[in-house]
Design a protein around this ligand. Structure first.
Ligand code: ADP
Ligand code: ZN
Length: 735
């Protein structure tokens, strides 16, 4: 173990990150997490799916002496991870019941002679006496426990063997532990800490915001037509369709197949060979769509799933979040569509009728949250994050509610009333009770607490008669953080500082009308306005297509899933920068030296041929040679914009001012590359204001910014806003 993480080690970490994995930057907290485990400290990592947990133990495993044990619950997942590491040129193996005696011996020999860096092992193999004896003889650096929520009965995937892990590790030696999970609930976290006896461990919890995912909910009407349309519009892309029952899974898979979509079913009723074969067909891209019950997904980490559709309403937001989380793990496109109808909720409620009272209450509570999420008009991302205890201070600009808002209104007295009601009842009641109180609903609880004597009693009805209105208002105030909901404690409402300040100094707050899915029209036309539609890409689409074909061919030869060869972001970058030497290839994100040597040749040849045949002046001919960094930042911006990353974040990552980023974008646009910044502009500039500025440029003599600033001098419009809309204007009309 490195006892002191000094600068030298940090530099080395970054170098190794590039050299082995081909990434030029750590993502989120990866670096500090790795430092922590390198210091020999127990480490607890909570990150959403797709955030990059694996690297947090893989990289330290490679820079320390000895072998790292990785405990993982699923054999399928293990093989996958080992394949990916092998593709990077790393010696990683797994030990589980599928190995022959000879294979087992080879793995053990590699471990004993010190060449093996990572050993993946299932908990049931770990507990075997013979394995334990062998592990005691190996020099081990630390232990990583993946999917650590399996330890907890409160998690969605409890595995009793996981509870025995700690005892065994203790038996092997005094080893530091890194535990990783994507489950955010406090109860599960507590269980993990306790069971692994790592109460002191530093916790690294990253935001659960998956910025590249587009959330959308549509009325469940004409659903089959909508589904086929949607899948056809996403032809050739990988997607998952979740259904509640096996019967629907079979039916929908059949429906897609007869409509020329390559689709297969997956559910627990299929025999295990068929199930495995169907999963492999999906991973290897022999089929595009898998139609599944929720049984599917835990064991796969295919990074390029482009859409996840919930054909039926899921039982809880936790489940919904897990399942949608399987889209766009590589940070590129990920569309999440759910079909909603209240009938589904009633069906789900019926399933619960044989449960105990507590279980039924719990299940109903989860369903209520699902209904709220579906029907509220507030930004979906704000809702989801609020549910997981995170507060987002503005709308995301990248969900259906942001893009097509329901009717909105500014209210003030209503907000004050609700907050006062919560305050006067001493923050001890839930939303139902507060609603009863302000609508003067006659009930014994209100009376028994003498709440009918409060001045807020029945005051709501004067402002709005509808009970649903108040339920929705309260929910929206929680998401906007005027109220806090104690989920662990029967959903009791509390007032934070923001709410208290508001009562004393109120102002108009924007609230949205709920969706009424019974009345909402469904559109079965082409989805030009969905996130998947239309944005002009910076990469060479023809070349990208060829690279993907080659990737599939190589994958077939090596019997690996295509994404193990190169992931989509890497191919897109190749189709942008045209690398034609090994050195250039190694500069591509996600391509380390190991991959260049293993798979690079054929790709370099293809690109070289393509560049020659099409007489392409590659970026390096024109720009890179003279001003390396400048063109790099442009390429970076183009890629990030393609991925709909906000400009503020790009500025953050690059340590540049927002104004400088905008300037780079202007250069890019003036040189003829079309960039679609709508996702960002919609988020930071009001629609009406955009229209005003746009109209101005339409009729103005010049696109000069000083002139525009002058024109808008009375309207409090910033230079940045003007420049952003000018970019939009020029891109749409000039490019
Ligand atoms: P998780 O286990 O948290 O769901 P993974 O470890 O599978 O996530 O990583 C998700 C994706 O992110 C993978 O495709 C991986 O290659 C990529 N990734 C991880 N770290 C980085 C990084 N520092 N830079 C770029 N991509 C990364
Ligand atoms: Zn939103």
């Amino acid at each position: 173990m490195v006892k002191q993480v000094d600068n030298v080690v940090l530099d080395t970490l970054k170098e190794r990150l590039k050299e082995i994995f081909g990434y030029s930057q750590f993502r989120g907290e990866q670096e500090v997490i790795i430092q922590n485990i390198l210091l020999g400290k127990n480490t607890f990592v909570i990150m959403p799916t797709g955030a990059g947990k694996s690297l947090c133990y893989q990289l330290p495993a490679l820079v320390t002496e000895g072998m790292t044990i990785v405990i993982s619950p699923l054999i399928a997942l293990m093989k996958n991870q080992v394949d990916q590491l092998t593709a990077f040129g790393i010696n990683a193996q797994f030990l589980n019941s599928t190995l022959t005696k000879a294979e087992m011996t080879r793995v053990k020999n590699d471990a004993l002679d010190g060449s093996l860096k990572l050993l993946y092992i299932a908990p049931e193999s770990l507990t075997k006496e013979e394995n334990l004896e062998f592990l005691k003889r190996v020099k081990i650096s630390f232990v990583a426990i993946d999917e650590a929520h399996c330890i907890s009965e409160w998690g969605h995937d409890f595995r009793p063997e996981y509870r025995r892990i700690y005892g065994i590790i203790e038996n092997i030696g005094n080893l530091p532990i890194i535990a990783l999970t994507a489950t955010a609930t406090p109860k599960v976290q507590q269980d993990i800490r306790k069971n692994l006896q790592m109460e002191e461990a530093e916790t690294f919890k990253s935001s659960f915001n998956r910025k590249n995912l587009y959330y959308e909910i549509r009325a469940k009407k004409d659903t089959k037509k909508q589904l086929i349309r949607y899948v056809r519009n996403n032809k050739g892309k990988s997607g998952i369709v979740y259904c509640l029952s096996r019967k629907t899974v079979e039916e929908i898979a059949e429906l897609l197949s007869v409509n020329d979509v390559k689709a297969l079913p997956y559910h627990a009723g299929l025999d295990s060979n068929t199930r495995m074969a169907n999963q492999d067909a999906f991973l290897n891209e022999d089929v595009d769509v898998i139609v599944a019950t929720i049984a599917f997904g835990m064991g796969i980490d295919k990074p390029d799933v482009r859409f996840v559709i919930h054909y039926d309403v899921p039982k809880s937001l936790e489940g919904y979040y897990q399942e949608t989380g399987r889209a766009g793990r590589d940070g590129l496109e990920g569309n999440c569509l759910m079909f909603y109808s209240y009938d589904d909720i009633q069906k789900l409620e019926k399933f619960n009728k044989d449960k105990t009272v507590t279980e039924r209450d719990n299940a109903r509570h989860l369903l209520n949250e699902m209904v709220a999420y579906s029907t509220l008009g507030v930004c979906r991302r704000r809702q989801l994050l609020s549910y997981f205890g995170e507060y987002l201070d503005k709308d995301c600009g990248f969900c259906d509610n942001c893009i097509k808002p329901t009717e909105k209104s500014k209210v003030q007295d209503e907000v004050v009333l609700v907050l006062r009601a919560v305050h006067l009842t001493e923050q001890r009641f839930d939303g139902e009770h507060i609603t009863d109180l302000i609508t003067a609903t006659d009930n014994q609880y209100v009376r028994s607490y003498e709440h009918d004597k409060l001045d807020v009693f029945g005051k709501g009805t004067e402002l709005n008669e509808s009970r649903d209105y108040w339920i929705s208002t309260i929910r929206q105030l929680v998401i906007l953080n005027y109220l806090e909901k104690d989920i662990e404690n029967y959903g009791i409402l509390k007032i934070g500082e923001k709410g208290l300040n508001y009562i004393n100094d109120p102002y108009p707050v924007t609230l949205y009308k709920d969706h009424n899915f019974d009345e909402e029209e469904v559109k079965v036309e082409d989805d030009t306005d969905s996130a998947s539609g239309g944005s002009a890409h910076a990469y060479d689409e023809a070349l990208l297509g060829m690279l993907k074909v080659l990737r599939k061919k190589v994958a077939k030869e090596k019997d690996l899933p295509p994404y193990v060869i190169f992931q989509d972001p890497s191919l897109e970058e190749m189709a942008t920068t045209y690398p034609t030497t090994q050195q250039e290839m190694a500069q591509i994100n996600g391509v380390g030296m190991g991959k260049v040597q293993k798979f690079g040749r054929q790709f370099i040849d293809l690109i070289t041929r393509y560049v020659d045949e099409n007489e392409i002046e590659t970026a390096k001919d024109v720009v890179i040679k003279s001003t390396v960094n400048k063109s790099k930042i442009k390429i970076f911006i183009i890629q990030q914009v393609d991925r709909k990353v906000s400009l503020d974040e790009i500025a953050d990552v690059k340590n540049m001012a927002l104004g400088d980023i905008i300037e780079e974008v202007e250069h890019i646009c003036y040189s003829g590359t079309k960039l679609n910044l709508d996702y960002y502009i919609n988020q930071v500039i009001d629609k009406e204001r955009q229209q005003d500025i746009y109209d101005y440029f339409m009729s103005a003599e010049t696109d000069n910014i000083a002139a525009a600033l002058n024109e808008f001098s009375n309207d409090d419009v910033s230079e940045e806003e003007l420049r952003l809309v000018r970019i939009k204007f020029l891109s749409e009309l000039a490019n």
